[in-house]
Design a protein around this ligand. Structure first.
Ligand code: CUA
Length: 382
């Protein structure tokens, strides 16, 4: 690096004389610098769209709103201070610059009035912002004191999210689901966060700031969805090879839709409509040795009580697959089942399930027809 030319590069061609200009020459281009200086902030500003799916500049609940307000006040107070201070500095530099022929100006040392002013004003400003930050922090710490909160335990796994409700509807209904947190609109949701393996971070930008999910530690946070809709979340702490693919969603439903979702949870497959012969074949494959049952639970199916992988109860009614990476449909389910490593490199299913151990490329050791039957069964889980 010591030889990196900072100014002018001589021609690499040996023997070039003075009348031949050097072949390469580094030149300072103010236009290029200006272009970069304008383009870079513009590109960065694109990320500030408040309507983007995962934007901290858009808030849809009281927690995110308070955090956004604090952020905005801090930001603009700092922008204002910066402009005032730098403006005064630039003005003084230009207005009082030394011109040719100027005599040596009067020599001064300090100005008591000014020094008191620029000590007291920032102190007051920082005190106001600091106190407000701390107050907001404490305000958002405990969930609102109300018996009407929904308690959900969130467990981070490499690389998916587990959501467990001990009492989903006030009558003690237990629910365990994955990657899609379903909550009623306008109700505070109190989360207990822990991890099964490494540090993750739970983040749904439009609903609340992130909180780390740390093994052996129970962290808490709460949020409230004030708008019906789907909100996008993402693990925000590097947690291994598939970290970027550890997404999830929060579905905020009307009270009635939420209760209907709770009600439908855990009915044995075939309850609402009987399983087709193909789905029955799929169920047999699911339950066979070395296949799915060792790691996955399906409520109402005796024997399917594995807890290593996501709970698949109600899978067919979810929006996504593989921790929010793919939309849930038959095609994507086939893609995932055929070779999960193609979708999410490093995933534990391909690593551990015996049906992925016999083929060297990590693909499933089932026929296409058998995979179709499995898909039929999994999609029938509603
Ligand atoms: Cu989990 Cu990153």
């Amino acid at each position: 690096m010591g030889h990196f030319p900072l100014g002018r590069v001589e021609s690499p061609v040996k023997g070039s004389s003075d009348d031949q200009p050097p072949a390469t020459r580094w030149r300072f281009h103010p236009q290029k610098l200006l272009f970069l200086g304008v383009l870079t902030p513009l590109l960065l500003l694109v990320a500030c769209d408040p309507d983007a799916l995962q934007s901290t500049f858009g808030a849809d609940g009281p927690v995110a709103e308070k955090q956004l307000l604090l952020f905005n006040v801090l930001l603009w107070a700092m922008v204002g201070t910066f402009v005032l201070v730098e403006g005064a500095l630039l003005y003084s530099l230009i207005r009082f610059r030394r011109r040719p022929g100027d005599p040596l100006p009067a020599q001064t040392h300090g100005h008591t009035g000014l020094e008191i002013a620029w000590t007291i004003i920032p102190t007051i400003l920082i005190l106001i912002l600091g106190v407000w930050s701390v107050v907001t922090l404490f305000e958002l710490e405990p969930p609102p004191a109300s018996a009407n909160t929904l308690e959900v335990t969130v467990t981070g796994h490499q690389w998916w999210w587990e959501f467990e409700y001990q009492d989903a509807d006030g009558s003690g209904r237990f629910i365990n689901t994955a990657n899609e947190l379903v909550v009623p609109v306008g109700k505070p949701v109190n989360l207990l966060l822990n991890s099964d393996d490494v540090i993750h971070s739970f983040w749904v930008p439009r609903l609340a700031g992130k909180v780390d999910v740390v093994p052996t530690r129970n962290n808490r946070m709460w949020f409230q969805g004030d708008k019906i809709g789907t909100f996008y979340g993402q693990c925000a702490e590097f947690c291994g090879i598939a970290h970027a693919l550890m997404k999830f969603r929060v579905q905020v439903l009307s009270e009635a839709d939420y209760l209907a979702w709770v009600d439908s949870y855990g009915q044995p497959p075939g309850t609402s409509e009987p399983l087709s012969p193909k789905a029955k074949q799929g169920q047999q494959i699911f339950m066979s040795t070395g296949a799915c049952l060792a790691c996955h639970t399906i409520e109402g199916v005796p024997g399917a009580v594995g807890t290593i992988g996501p709970n698949l109860t109600g899978l067919g009614s979810r929006q996504t697959l593989a921790s929010g990476i793919l939309d849930l449909n038959r095609e994507n389910l086939r893609l995932w089942l055929n070779n999960p490593n193609d979708v999410k490199p490093g995933n534990r299913m391909a690593e551990r399930a015996p049906i992925y151990q016999s083929n060297s490329d990590g693909s499933i050791s089932l026929s296409a027809q058998e995979v179709s039957a499995l898909i039929e069964y999994l999609m029938s889980l509603k």
